[in-house]
Design a protein around this ligand. Structure first.
Ligand code: GDP
Ligand code: MN
Length: 385
């Protein structure tokens, strides 16, 4: 689960991490007022669920309140397209107005879950800022990483090693040690999947400050934090993704034209791979889960068809707990309800598979049944071609 930068900064601040003075605005008049409060010169920052805003024109230094208001007008309602948003971009509905800061140096600092070592991993670089992805690609030696032992937790000497590796000395180094330890505490207590400060800056005056912040909560831990659901900004989510989450379906929109309905995340990944291998482009990732009911299959199918990019559907279900005839009924009902004429390929296996196939072939839908995954991928490519 994502939250906005201004919310992430409130949390960091509560953990003793210094952030710039700021105020969130919902209208351009509020932007102007906030700018006045900051003394005119301030930074205007579009709040969207994606990074890369700086380069996309979503962050601007302004010099007086009128200029702030003008830029606010320009930003509100605009769809910002960054490398992290996808081509349709994300709409700006909230703006963070912050005091402008004179930056001496920019660093990168984050803690994230490393799935390989199953540990939190601290990542830091002295080359922080908007080009961090480039640094990681071109000079990975400039990125420092430390897997944190969950038993001993992060020790002050380890944090100091990182601060020294960033080239910090004296009191700023000690401040950074404290900041890193606080960031780890925040990460643990708030059940984060990611806490990222980029850039973490040393100001001209010699203070450490989190200029930008991103926090992603672990969805599996949301139940432990009653305040999290209220922090969500639904306007930043794909309406189909919101709908899918209501039915407990894992749905992620992709850029291709073959809608995919699969049970199990592993099988879903394999399905996307095989489709790609046969030259098809998946339009989504949709996992209906192990024990999906007929109703759930029907909802999933409708969600796939609501995506206008979808020109054909590939269903790949391994009926273990699910019976194939029940899956077939779910598909037929949903397709009838939304009057689906698109080509559909169904690859299923498991109990009552023959009954399921017969139901589909007798349904009058534009449907073919496949014998295996490769055969199915080939068929959908042919039907679309
Ligand atoms: P992102 O591009 O979405 O990661 O947005 P950031 O919040 O990181 O802003 C992009 C860049 O704008 C930062 O890396 C800074 O270099 C710059 N920036 C942001 N706030 C200020 C500020 O108060 N003063 C100055 N001089 N630069 C800033
Ligand atoms: Mn940033």
């Amino acid at each position: 689960m994502n939250i906005h930068e201004y919310q992430a900064k409130e949390i960091l601040n509560a953990y003793g991490i210094p952030v710039p003075r700021g105020r969130v605005a919902l209208t351009s008049d509020q932007v102007e007022r906030a700018s006045k409060e900051m003394g005119g010169r301030c930074v205007i920052k579009a709040q969207i669920y994606a990074g890369g805003r700086g380069k996309a024109g979503g962050v601007k230094l302004v010099h007086h309140p009128e200029q702030a208001q003008e830029f606010g007008k320009e930003l509100f309602g605009k769809r910002l397209v960054t490398p992290q948003t996808g081509p349709e971009g994300l709409k700006v509905r909230r703006i963070l107005v912050e005091e402008a800061v004179e930056i001496a140096r920019e660093f990168y600092l984050s803690i994230t879950l490393d799935r390989e070592s199953s540990r939190y991993c601290l990542i830091a670089s002295a080359e922080g800022g908007v080009d961090i992805e480039e640094v990681a690609r071109k000079s990975p030696d400039k990125i420092h990483m430390l897997a944190i032992d969950p038993y001993t937790a992060l020790r002050p000497y380890q944090a100091r090693k990182v601060a020294l590796a960033l080239g910090l000395t004296g009191s700023v180094c000690e401040d950074c040690v404290e900041l890193i330890l606080n960031l780890y505490r925040c990460c643990l207590e708030k059940d984060c999947q990611l806490v990222e400060i980029n850039p973490l800056v040393v100001t001209r005056a010699g203070w450490l400050l989190a200029m930008d912040a991103k926090i992603t909560f672990d969805d599996n831990a949301v139940f432990r934090h009653r305040e999290y659901p209220d922090m969500m900004d639904y306007s930043q989510l794909d309406p189909l993704e919101i709908n899918a989450s209501k039915y407990d379906l894992a749905y992620i929109k992709l850029q291709g034209n073959v809608g995919c309905m699969v049970n199990g995340a592993g099988l879903a990944m394999a399905t996307l791979d095989v489709l790609k291998e046969f030259g098809a482009e998946p339009a989504n990732f949709l996992d209906v889960g192990g024990g999906a009911t007929r109703e759930k299959v029907a909802e999933a199918f409708k969600i796939i068809l609501e995506d206008c990019d979808v020109k054909g559907v590939f269903v790949n279900i391994f009926g273990g707990i699910m019976r194939c005839d029940i899956i077939a009924q779910g598909i037929i009902e949903a397709a009838a309800e939304v009057k689906c004429l698109l080509p559909i390929v169904v690859r299923m296996d498991g109990s009552k598979v023959e009954e399921g196939k017969k139901l589909l072939l007798d349904s009058g839908l534009n449907v073919q049944c496949a014998d295996n995954l490769g055969d199915g991928a080939e068929r959908i490519v042919r039907m679309l071609g």
